[in-house]
Design a protein around this ligand. Sequence first.
Ligand code: UDP
Length: 151
Amino acid sequence: MERTFVMVKPDGVQRGLAGEVILRLERRGLKLVGAKFMQVSRELAETHYAVHKGKPFYEGLVRYITSAPVMAMVWEGPNAIQAVRQTMGATRPTEAAPGTVRHDFALEVGRNLTHASDGPETAVAEIGLWFKPSELVSWDRATDDWIMGSN
Ligand code: UDP
C-alpha cells in the first residue's frame, strides 16, 4: 500500500476543478486519507520546490503556488504514486495523454492544475512536509475488498 501527496494548485481551485480532481481519484479507487484547504506560505512553497531553486521558472512557480489557496491531500492505494501521476498526466499539458486531468483541463505548464509526488522518497518527504501524522486518517472503506482485493 502506498500513500502520495496531491495538491490542487491555485488555478485548479480558482477554476472550480478541485471537485473534478477528487472525483477522478475517488473513481479510480484511491482512498482519501488527508485533506486541507490552505493558503501556502512562501516558506512552505520554497521548501516544497527546493529541487527547482535556481531554475528559470522557480520564482514564477513560487509566486503561482502562493497566489491563492490550494487543496492539499494525501491519497492511498496500491501503486498510488504511479496511479495518481498517470491520472494527472504529463507536466506539460500539451504532452499529457487525452483523458488525463492536465490534458482535459489545461494548456500551459505554468498553469497545470495539480501536483503529485513523483516517487516513494518524495511522497514520504512531501506528506511529512504538508501534514502532521495526526491529520492523516487510516480508515476502512466498505468497497476496499472490491478495489484492492487480490486473487
Ligand atoms: N514548471 C514550470 N515551467 C517548467 C517546468 C515546470 O512552470 O518549464 C512548474 C509546473 O507547475 C510543474 C512544476 O513546476 O508542475 C514542477 O515541475 P516538475 O518537473 O517537478 O513537474 P511535476 O512533477 O509537477 O509534473
